[in-house]
Design a protein around this ligand. Structure first.
Ligand SMILES: C[S@@+](CC[C@H](N)C(=O)[O-])C[C@H]1O[C@@H](n2cnc3c(N)ncnc32)[C@H](O)[C@@H]1O
Length: 338
């Protein structure tokens, strides 16, 4: 079994164990057929879940989609159909994963461990304040995301004249900047985030700190506000692991603004996952993993969820981007401004 398969399986087992241990499976499999609202009311009553809140409601939708993807449940004309009683799978062994995969697993494990309290109205487990920086630093440096970043930059440079000016949008702990600096010694990078808590952690990773222009967080209010940058400025924009923090209501604006700051023939590189829908072309284990990831990170402040690839495609094409590549099981996007 390859590393990723081991990882995906361990994560899916952890999520399934939560669904049974929390008693959600009990409520689902006690029914032969049900509607979404029915299971929401039942779990609000029996578990005290705060399901008037759209984000927590959405988490239950992810649970049901996960059970469908695992073939425990079927959806038909707006109703969910079970095959009756469903035996609880064996509890997962404590995961011992090779290398940095353990830190990725541990992050999701802690998030899933907090999900019951969060569903009952508890506070988010992590946010983007200073106290959470070490957690984000450890999680975001995992080998899966690092591989995706290296691959993204390779894809962005394919057939592109040299990338001289790049924007790292939401630089976080600095991995995206580091990868761009590894790609080229001459690259000039502008880095922006909506608060300054990651600055020192990001700085500590840089190969050439002097070649980065930092936009101070008091100049940008985050998603929904315009980037403080002129039109047609960058050859490339990197936007990694942040799209699921963009609210649906501002998503079009965010990508229009990226389009605006790109030069003609400039490229946007996105790392995310596609929420599995009927058109999802990702392998099944990636679809399952996307649902585990989506559910787990929902306990983090500001998480909106993965958007279906078909929605992202329609949005980006509607703005005028030319979709050059959607790769790595719909995790990696290269889209160009014609
Ligand atoms: C999961 S981190 C990804 C960071 C980095 N791109 C990486 O891949 O390591 C999400 C990023 O989104 C930023 N973010 C979260 N909510 C935001 C908001 N409302 N507006 C702007 N940025 C936000 C965070 O500050 C953080 O840098």
């Amino acid at each position: 079994m390859d590393l990723w398969t081991i990882f995906h399986k361990a994560l899916a087992r952890r999520f399934m164990d939560f669904i049974f241990a929390e008693g959600i499976a009990g409520a689902v499999f006690a029914r032969r057929e049900f509607e979404f609202d029915e299971i929401l009311s039942s779990l609000s009553r029996s578990h005290g879940y705060a399901l008037k809140d759209a984000k927590r409601q959405r988490m239950l939708g992810v649970v049901l989609d996960f059970l469908i993807e695992c073939e425990y449940l079927r959806a038909h004309r707006g109703r969910y159909i079970t095959s009756g009683d469903c035996p609880r799978p064996a509890a997962p062994e404590p995961a011992r994963l090779p290398g940095g995969l353990q830190s990725e697993y541990d992050f999701f494990d802690r998030c899933i461990g907090h999900a019951g309290a969060y569903l009952r109205g508890g506070r988010p487990l992590y946010d983007f304040s200073g106290g959470s920086v070490p957690v984000w630093d450890e999680f975001l440096g995992n080998p899966e995301f690092e591989y995706a970043r290296a691959e993204l930059i390779k894809r962005l440079s394919e057939g592109n004249p040299a990338i001289n000016m790049a924007l790292v949008l939401c630089y976080g702990p600095g991995y995206d900047i580091y990868h761009l600096q590894r790609y080229s010694e001459d690259i000039r990078i502008t880095a922006v985030d909506y608060n300054g808590v990651f600055y020192e952690t990001a700085m500590a990773k840089l190969l050439r700190p002097a070649s980065v222009d930092w936009i101070h967080s008091d100049k940008w209010d985050g998603f929904g506000s315009p980037l403080p940058i002129g039109d047609g400025y960058f050859d490339a924009v990197i936007f990694a692991c942040a799209d699921p923090y963009v609210p649906d209501s501002t998503r079009r604006f965010v990508y229009e603004d990226i389009f605006r700051v790109l030069k003609r023939r400039g490229s946007l590189g996105i790392i995310t996952r596609g929420y599995p829908d009927a058109q999802c072309a990702a392998e099944r284990r990636y679809r399952i993993s996307a649902l585990c990831h989506d559910f787990a990170e929902s306990v983090c402040d500001g998480w909106q969820g993965f958007y279906p690839t078909s929605d992202t495609r329609a949005l980006l094409e509607g703005i005028g981007f030319d979709i050059k590549a959607v790769a790595l099981n719909e995790c990696l996007w290269r889209v160009d401004k014609p």
